[in-house]
Design a protein around this ligand. Structure first.
Ligand SMILES: *Cc1c(COP(=O)(O)O)cnc(C)c1O
Length: 450
């Protein structure tokens, strides 16, 4: 076979030094030939490329690891699976089997959880936009409703009147825990007294019963002390409510936000060093509970951990489709997966492994996706040896927020498979074709092309 001619270029080799992305040119990129024992070649041969691959084993391991960090320290722990992080049925079902209830933030997600077989009482209904009709169903079905704003209190009182029953509710709080920027758009602010006003409002009408407190202080939180602060403030507020209004706060839901072992852009340290172990979070959080709770009190501690559970359980296999040399001398590769599938590429610098051993000098390269769009870059500055067409690159972790935030844009969305614990492979979402995209379209009669 004739080799493609490539004009020679001079690449500066800085041996031993880290480049500005924190990588050394001598770095040997990891080779990955399989996922959970199933070869990359076989996976692509059968299911195509790009391909999302979920490991059931890893998913269960991650769940148990994080859950046990808390359950071994505190007697009353419940996890709620954050649907928006990854609402593939197979993923939700694994986590429900492990014991998680559902945490949803829209009528659509609520419906999805119900359809999967989750009862209303095992659904936490969060979010700023709960339509009246959805709220009414959730009330009827006994869901845990976490109120976001005063208008929602009014809606719930209306529903309570209509259904002639008192409705158990929780409120979402926002507060200063030292995290910047402070998340203040969801729930009622604690420090300004807004949260207390919400409690007063709830107590006045007698139609609602407050039995829980919720907060979600941010995402990818690298400081365990922020959670300690959150817990302290929530417990103190719970007692203030119990002592002054007679409500019994049965649960404290501290939300999600635990980081995964992913590398945020602009950080130098690898995730194994930058991300504190989950035990450190669990220790700080349960310490704060024991310090602030009155003796004998063990309200339920709910966590809505999303990305920390699922992120590392999923990989994306992509294939080098072509390469080119940019005018500034950099090497560029066009891959068959881009920001259409990897929404999180905007924040993360993924771990990228190659499916084969490649010899040659590493040089800073750009990884483009397949889109005819300038922003379609999935890595800028990655050190790579010269890659041939057809080389597979395995991206991880990609389990959080990609299969929900991905977009059908220019390209179809590919297969998602799950490698089951017994080593078998199941398609959990079939790749799309034109019928999926056009199913809802209507072409007016007079526009039809004959
Ligand atoms: C998104 C979200 C979560 C999950 O957050 P992670 O950072 O992925 O753990 C939990 N609770 C609420 C209310 C959310 O909006």
């Amino acid at each position: 076979m004739k080799k493609v001619y490539e004009k020679p270029v001079i690449v500066k080799v800085e041996t031993g030094f880290m480049n500005k992305f924190g990588e050394s040119p001598l770095y040997q990129r990891k080779v990955r030939t399989d996922i959970d024992g199933v070869s990359i070649d076989k996976l692509v041969e059968k299911y195509g490329s790009p391909l999302f691959v979920i490991s059931e084993k890893k998913l269960r391991e991650k769940y148990r690891n994080i859950y046990n960090a808390f359950a071994s320290r505190y007697p009353n722990v419940q996890f709620g699976w954050s649907y928006k992080t990854n609402y593939l049925k197979a993923v939700c079902a694994v986590l429900h089997q492990e014991g998680a209830i559902a945490e949803v933030v829209s009528g659509f997600e609520y419906e999805k959880a119900r359809k999967l077989g989750i009862e209303g009482k095992d659904i936490i209904f969060n979010g700023p936009h709960k339509r009246y009709e959805d709220l009414e169903i959730a009330v009827k079905e006994g869901a845990k409703i976490h109120i976001d704003h005063f208008d929602e209190i009014i809606d719930l009182e209306k529903i309570a009147d209509k259904l002639k029953k008192t409705v158990k509710v929780a409120i979402r709080l926002n507060m200063d825990t030292g995290i910047r920027p402070q998340w203040s758009r969801f729930g009622f602010n604690l420090e300004t007294g807004q949260a207390l006003d919400a409690v007063k409002r709830i107590a006045q009408s007698g139609k609602l019963i407050l039995n829980g407190l919720h907060a979600h202080i941010g995402t990818f939180i690298l400081d365990p002390n922020a959670y300690a602060k959150e817990v302290e403030k929530m417990v103190k507020f719970a007692y203030e409510i119990e002592d002054n209004f007679g409500f019994k706060i049965e649960y404290i839901d501290i939300g999600g936000g635990l980081p995964s072992k992913n590398k945020l852009k602009g950080t130098y340290l690898p995730p194994d060093i930058a991300v504190p172990p989950v035990d450190e979070y669990a220790e700080k959080i349960t310490d704060a509970l024991y310090t602030n709770l009155r003796p004998g009190d063990f309200p339920k501690l709910i966590l809505e951990t999303g990305r920390a559970i699922v992120d590392e359980a999923e990989y994306l296999i992509t294939t080098v489709f072509a390469s080119k040399r940019l005018p500034d001398g950099r090497k560029a590769y066009i891959c068959d997966a881009g920001v259409n599938l990897l929404f999180t590429a905007f924040w993360y610098k993924f771990n990228v492994e190659i499916d084969r051993k490649v010899y040659g000098v590493n040089e800073p390269s750009v990884l483009y996706g397949p889109l005819c769009m300038n922003i379609d870059i999935i890595d800028d500055g990655i050190l790579l040896p010269p890659l041939e067409r057809g080389t597979r690159l395995i991206f991880s972790p990609v389990g959080a927020y990609n299969n929900t935030q991905w977009m059908q844009f220019i390209e179809y969305r590919p297969n998602i498979v799950m490698i089951m614990e017994d080593g078998s492979v199941e398609v959990v979402r079939e790749k799309e074709d034109l019928t999926d995209i056009e199913r809802r379209e209507r072409l007016p009669e007079k526009l039809k092309i004959r």
